[in-house]
Design a protein around this ligand. Structure first.
Ligand SMILES: [Zn+2]
Length: 244
């Protein structure tokens, strides 16, 4: 599959995962190629393929934005950095940095979740496998960003701090495309734009306040990591969701 092209310079990738897809986004101009979110661990092959099909090979990648610390967003990062023959800059919100770098434990990698993943292994083996897995999720963040910051890449990328799903979650607003990359602050389920997944959003009150913030932007297209592109009455739908 080819992913979803919105404009020249903006493409939503479709990376298969467990019968569904996740949607990292590619943004580029003549000089810079930006990837937003890095997929699950072990998805390098799929990511490379999707980027090739988009006509923007992984070898051209210059920056990776991480919207937040969850495993489906950071899992592929270390591998991407490892296979690259040049420096790729990793960018995240300052509050998310210590989690991505492994200074603080990832908030959703709870003992229960880890037990679910590795609990069936014999004790010694489990300890080692679990440690290796957690180590593979750590990457250095080269640049931290704040709310409202506009990065001068690809026509301008505005950082919107949208905590709730995680403490340092960000959305990215591309004014030239009137497009919002939501991370997991919003999802598309059965063709409808909905708020963050309640089960995986520890602070729903804050998440709702974050949605309110999004209503101040002139958004016509929304790209959700889970669910993809949504373009129907975006502003009205955002107002509805912000009201809760
Ligand atoms: Zn996610």
């Amino acid at each position: 599959m080819n992913g979803i092209g919105i404009s020249k310079g903006l493409k939503v990738l479709e990376i298969p995962y467990m019968g569904r897809q996740i949607h990292p986004t590619l943004i580029w101009d003549d000089e810079i190629v930006v990837l937003v979110d890095a997929g699950f661990p072990g998805q390098l092959h799929e990511l490379r393929k999707a980027m090739d099909e988009a006509g923007i090979p992984l070898s051209k990648l210059s920056k990776v934005f991480i919207t937040h610390q969850d495993v489906d967003h950071i899992g592929g990062l270390q591998e991407i950095l490892k296979v690259s023959d040049h420096k790729i800059e990793v960018i995240a919100h300052k509050q998310e940095r210590p989690f991505i770098e492994g200074e603080k434990p990832l908030i959703k990698m709870t003992p229960e979740r880890l037990a679910g993943m590795f609990g069936a292994l014999p004790a010694e083996k489990r300890k080692e496998t679990e440690a290796r897995f957690l180590e593979s999720l750590k990457s250095k963040v080269d640049k931290t960003v704040n709310d409202g910051e506009v990065l001068p890449y690809c026509g301008g990328i505005t950082v919107i701090f949208t905590p709730g799903h995680t403490p340092g979650h960000i959305c990215l607003y591309l004014s030239q495309y009137k497009t919002l990359i939501t991370g997991d602050a919003l999802n598309v389920i059965n063709g409808q734009l909905v708020g963050p997944n309640v089960e995986y959003t520890p602070d729903m009150d804050m998440a709702r306040k974050s949605l309110e913030k999004l209503t101040q932007y002139d958004i016509e297209t929304v790209i959700c990591y889970h669910g993809g592109v949504y373009q129907e009455n975006v502003k009205m739908r955002l107002l509805e969701l912000a009201k809760g």
